[in-house]
Design a protein around this ligand. Structure first.
Ligand code: AMP
Length: 411
């Protein structure tokens, strides 16, 4: 199958060629014809599979007919909802690249920055709007945008949107758009709440699934290090000196943990930057750009950064803390080994995190290779047996996670 077989406009094919995509990925082959046939879609797809182009290309194709509308007269005809600012910015970059040979106008709006410049751009007229839910509703409340011409609504990373507590906002946004319209929902995992949302807002959807939910890319080599918690920093320094080279993202659960590790790595001479929820939007973007431009080789992040970030040639991910939600592990390691490249994921597991590892392995249906050969081993008796009954613990972990998030966002 070639892109040319997918009934896409020449200007889109030119943009794809410029991106050096040779053939469509499986999710693109499945999804593009369905979107062009105006179907609603619920798609289960990991990041890194090319899912952005799977919805962006046919949306652009559908909008292209009217691309000569005068700029002032442009109305928002495609709306993409994204959970985080970082992901929203990346979506905008993709839409802009894929529509670079058309007159379609794309913009992105998100919170944490002044609303006025976003309003100015909206007033000039855009065809495609990428938005985080809160800022979109703010703009609507202040009558700065009108969603009555939306023909296609995309809910991207639906599971994360729901984890972040945006369900009511999605219902509100759905109501602000016309009925009928085309709705496309993408989610890396399919928990019940995502299925509920899909049933509520999709109309007789086609189901697309290209890889089992919660499975990690086969091109990521995963290694597990059992280590006492206080020794994690020494293990990290040891591996950075001897084993892990190149561009690296280190994930930590808390902002505090990110800042602490940053200080230690800086004092050991590493070039490091950080992304977490306490940083301003500008500071986060600058950190990401410095990392992408290779001015720093290590980025330390909370899970805010674990979804969707597309960084070329990322060599390794380090899970300094093991996430207590299995899907989060899958997303973290999915930052490496993207689009068929080989990547490495190193996970540091202390005694109190053993149950998370059991759940992660069950979720992925894969045993992670344990690296025994390192200077800071955990007492062997403290290791868990792989694939022991873990479902109940997993559920408990997920519940406490959700309740923590309700109280305070700590990412
Ligand atoms: P996504 O899953 O949308 O985040 O895409 C992951 C990466 O795959 C991005 O770097 C895309 O530019 C790239 N990509 C998307 N479609 C293709 C394709 N057909 N061939 C090669 N790379 C692609």
């Amino acid at each position: 199958m070639q892109f040319a077989d997918l009934q896409l406009n020449k200007s889109i094919l030119k943009a794809i060629a410029k991106k050096n995509y040779e053939t469509p990925t499986p999710i693109q082959i499945e999804t593009i014809p369905l979107v062009l046939a105006k179907k609603d879609i619920i798609a289960s797809a990991q990041t890194g599979t090319g899912k952005t182009a799977a919805f962006a290309l046919p949306i652009i194709e559908q909008l292209i007919d009217k691309q000569d509308a005068p700029k002032k007269g442009k109305k928002i005809r495609a709306l993409v909802i994204s959970p985080t600012r970082e992901l929203a910015i990346q979506l905008e970059e993709s839409f802009r690249a894929y529509s670079s040979y058309t007159n379609l106008r794309t913009t992105v709006v998100y919170g944490g920055v002044s609303i006025e410049p976003q309003n100015d751009i909206l007033q000039k007229g855009v065809d495609i709007l990428i938005a985080t839910p809160g800022r979109l509703l703010d703009l609507h409340k202040q009558e700065m945008l009108n969603l009555s011409s939306v023909e296609t609504l995309v809910v991207d990373e639906a599971d994360l949107l729901l984890d972040m507590g945006f369900i009511e906002d999605i219902f509100k946004i759905n109501k602000l758009c016309p009925d009928p319209k085309q709705t496309l929902m993408f989610s890396a995992t399919m928990p019940d709440k995502v299925v509920f949302l899909a049933k509520s807002i999709l109309n007789n959807p086609e189901k697309v699934s290209v890889s089992p939910a919660s499975s990690a890319s086969k091109t990521v080599n995963q290694l597990l290090y059992y280590v006492p918690k206080p020794k994690k920093i020494e293990l990290c320094l040891h591996l950075l000196r001897n084993t892990i080279k190149g561009e690296i993202i280190i994930f930590r659960r808390t902002k505090f943990g990110v800042d602490k590790l940053e200080k230690t790595l800086l004092s050991n001479g590493y070039k490091v930057d950080t992304i977490h929820g306490d940083k301003t939007q500008n500071a986060r973007e600058e950190a990401l750009n410095r990392f992408k431009n290779k001015e720093v080789s290590i980025l330390i992040a909370t899970d805010l950064a674990s979804r969707g970030l597309d960084i070329k040639n990322l060599d390794a991910v380090i899970n300094f803390d093991i996430p207590n939600v299995a899907e989060t592990y899958v997303h973290r390691i999915g930052r490496t080994g993207r689009a068929g490249e080989v990547g490495n994921a190193y996970s540091f597991c202390s005694a109190d995190e053993k149950s998370y590892i059991i759940t992660i392995q069950k979720t992925m249906d894969k045993v992670i290779t344990v690296e025994e050969n390192h200077p800071y081993p955990l007492d062997p008796k403290a290791k868990p047996e792989v694939h022991k009954k873990a479902g109940s613990k997993h559920q408990k972990g997920r519940k406490s996670e959700a309740s923590k998030k309700k109280k305070k966002r700590w990412y």
